[in-house]
Design a protein around this ligand. Sequence first.
Ligand code: SF4
Length: 97
Amino acid sequence: MLAFAASRAARGPRKRGLFRMANKDDRLPDNAAGKWFVDSSCIDCDVCRTTAPNNFKANEDEGYSFVSKQPENPEETSQCEEAKASCPVEAIGDDGA
Ligand code: SF4
């Protein structure tokens, strides 16, 4: 737990609010290269991993999700778009390329 708290603190304060967008300059290092990414505001709620299981995975040690694989077909793209729309803290972006 201490390691998680220290890691979270190192990533800086979370930004939440109606006008927040995922910040590509704050993308987590685990993300697969490409336009889809998760930034450090992720709260590890599991929504994206459930919605787009082919493309999102958990970093269980650090307590966040990341894009494990960029979408490669229309179905995966649709699932990623749904995950982005459903993320409660708008931590998912698709403008990272
Ligand atoms: S839906 Fe958002 S907050 Fe939840 S695990 Fe995925 S990126 Fe993190």
